[in-house]
Design a protein. Structure first.
Length: 180
């Protein structure tokens, strides 16, 4: 008589508690090394985004002034209807509208940009320059305007408009330099 041997059950696949603990520890070490670099990357991307957004809206305002043959202003705005008049209020957003001698013409807002940056991110304009006004020939009225992009008091970028209306942006990474 032939005897059959019982078949063994295959070994269960999976990880032991020790293996899971070691894998978790390695993952935590890798994340602790990568997280600061990721935060710096996000900060650089936010600053670049703000520079490009400001530059494109300034170019739009200048072109609108030339095409419509009227003064066009770009100013910080919280509600999307009125200028806030605050040089440090650019971090909430801005509006572009036709003006005459710094007074809005009607209720027309050509463009409204709302911003939602994390706490600690701000955009400040030059002292005494809460807005920019483009003349019908494309020149910027008044002195040069400087918009500083700041993160937790550090200067991350700058957009400058000179009297001829030319827009220039710079990538920066300087500690301090962002007092309103």
């Amino acid at each position: 008589m032939h005897r059959c041997r019982p078949r063994r059950a295959p070994a269960a696949g999976g990880w032991t508690l020790l293996e899971v603990g070691i894998a978790t520890a390695v993952l935590l070490i890798l994340l602790s090394v990568a997280l600061p670099a990721t935060q710096r990357l996000l900060d650089r991307q936010r600053a670049a985004s703000a520079r490009h957004l400001l530059s494109s809206h300034l170019a739009f305002a200048r072109l609108a002034a030339i095409q419509r043959r009227v003064d066009i202003s770009m100013c910080p705005s919280i509600d999307g209807v009125r200028c806030s008049g605050d040089a440090a209020g650019w971090g909430q957003g801005w509006i572009i509208r036709p003006t005459y001698a710094d007074t809005a013409i009607g209720d027309a807002v050509l463009r409204h940009q709302r911003l939602h940056y994390p706490r600690g991110w701000e955009i400040h304009s030059s002292s005494g320059r809460p807005h920019i006004r483009y003349l019908p020939d494309g020149r910027a009225w008044g002195t040069n305007l400087q918009l500083r992009i700041c993160s937790h008091g550090d200067l991350r970028g700058r957009v400058v408009v000179n009297n001829s209306g030319r827009i220039r942006s710079e990538t920066l990474d300087e500690s301090g330099g962002c007092t309103p």
